[in-house]
Design a protein around this ligand. Structure first.
Ligand code: AMP
Ligand code: MG
Length: 404
């Protein structure tokens, strides 16, 4: 059942992703500095990897047809890795090492453990199959193939693959510059004593962490006081340097919710009452030509709305070829009855009971607390209007997957 007043997550994502311009800047970085960056161009393989057939083991390269019972075969050459081998003399074997190139004329490599070394040469003590222990030229990457596509986020193994193709510098998309604006007269930076009525600004730091982990550049961090003109001035200023403004708080319908009012007056705004819990009010709009994502104020809501709503949008803008998180289906170890049209993202842990995984929730799911998220290692989804009993399968997204 859906409610006419609440926006389903899928609808909000469809809208956000349809209005997500990819960053246009490209920079070239040293391969060693490319971790986490998004490739700005396709990488085609310039030459076969490996460049030649080579040995998978330490042993002896030979021609299978030269094997005659247990007759010794003389060893005519020694081929260390890194040297270009000469053709193998007929009827002989070559001492060879892992990674050494296979000499012309050899068709198999016998592991040294399968060989008896005598004065007359080697006696092979095992069956030999033609081609055994040979890593073929181009078996990793064949010349001309697309090795890595534009939009790939570079992980450690992509760095290695690029290196294996001889790439020293890589063109990557510019980092998305994000301004974090926290709203609220009650907010104080950590490091300052609290006066009555004040609380520490935690959302700023949650967002710095999330954005940094997502590969964004935090362009600006400011606290907006609950004043209309100051809010307008800061939003307009942030719009000049940022590709995206993320606000927290100030988007409910209270009279102190000036972000909403300023965007309506001086920019554009869609305010959604999202059908997710936590995280009802989420705003999306623009000011000074820069998109604005307005997250709720409650710390638990900031985390959940950033992960479920903000991150897919940010990835699209980063130019990443993204796959939606798949999660896992894990039996619940709890019961809950949802009579709500809001899909609930429960701060939860995957645990092993006996030998089976179960998903177990933090007892206090208030959107105002963060300790639940720190205890948790992911989010379990309680669908709309559902009764969950122990053993029922729930979708569980680990934070590791969501943030990968
Ligand atoms: P608001 O949407 O501005 O009414 O905020 C909702 C709740 O979140 C209030 O309890 C605020 O005090 C709290 N809140 C808003 N911003 C922050 C922040 N940056 N850090 C911690 N709590 C906040
Ligand atoms: Mg507020």
């Amino acid at each position: 059942m859906s409610s006419p007043n609440l926006t389903p997550l899928e609808d909000a994502l469809t809208r956000l992703l349809s209005e997500a311009p990819v960053v246009t800047g490209v920079e070239t970085v040293a391969l060693a500095d490319s971790l986490g960056r998004v490739l700005a161009e396709n990488h085609y393989v310039p030459a076969d990897v490996p460049p030649a057939d080579n040995s998978a083991v330490d042993g002896y390269a030979l021609r299978k047809q030269d094997l005659r019972g247990d007759r010794a075969i003389p060893v005519s050459a020694r081929i260390p890795a890194g040297e270009a081998p000469k053709a193998l003399a007929p009827g002989t074997a070559a001492r060879i090492f892992t990674g050494s190139e296979i000499p012309e004329g050899a068709d198999s490599v016998v592991m040294q453990e399968r060989v008896e070394v005598t004065d007359a040469g080697i006696i092979v003590q095992a069956e030999v199959t033609e081609g055994q222990n040979i890593r073929r030229q181009g078996q990793d990457l064949a010349r001309g193939d697309l090795a890595l596509a534009k939009g790939t986020q570079v992980r450690p193994h992509e760095m290695g693959l690029l290196a294996s193709m001889g790439v020293a510098r890589v063109a990557v998309l510019a980092r998305l510059k994000v301004a974090i604006l926290s709203t609220g007269d009650e907010l104080v930076d950590p490091g300052t004593p609290l006066a009555p009525g004040q609380i520490y600004n935690s959302n700023r730091f949650t967002l710095i962490g999330l954005l940094t982990q997502a590969g964004c550049e935090v362009a600006l961090c400011e606290t907006l006081r609950d004043k209309r003109e100051a809010t307008r001035e800061t939003l307009l200023r942030a719009a000049e340097s940022a590709d995206l403004i993320i606000t927290s708080g100030g988007v409910s319908v209270g009279e102190e919710d000036h972000v909403r009012a300023v965007l309506e007056e001086s920019g554009s705004l869609s305010l959604w009452r999202m059908a997710i819990k936590p995280g009802k009010p989420v705003a999306f709009g623009a000011i000074g030509g820069t998109p604005v994502l307005g997250l709720p104020g409650n710390p638990g809501s900031v985390l959940v709305t950033f992960l479920m709503v903000g991150l897919p949008y940010i990835r699209k803008r980063q130019g990443r070829n993204q796959k939606p998180p798949v999660g896992e289906r894990i039996p619940a170890d709890f019961s809950v009855t949802s009579t709500s049209v809001r899909r609930e993202f429960v701060r939860a842990r995957k645990e092993i009971r006996g030998s089976e995984p179960v998903v177990t929730p933090f007892p206090n799911q208030s959107s105002g607390i963060l300790s639940s998220a720190c205890w948790a290692d992911g989010l379990a989804v309680v669908p709309e209007n559902t009764t969950v009993s122990p053993g029922d399968l729930l979708t569980y997204y680990s934070f590791a997957e969501l943030l990968s």
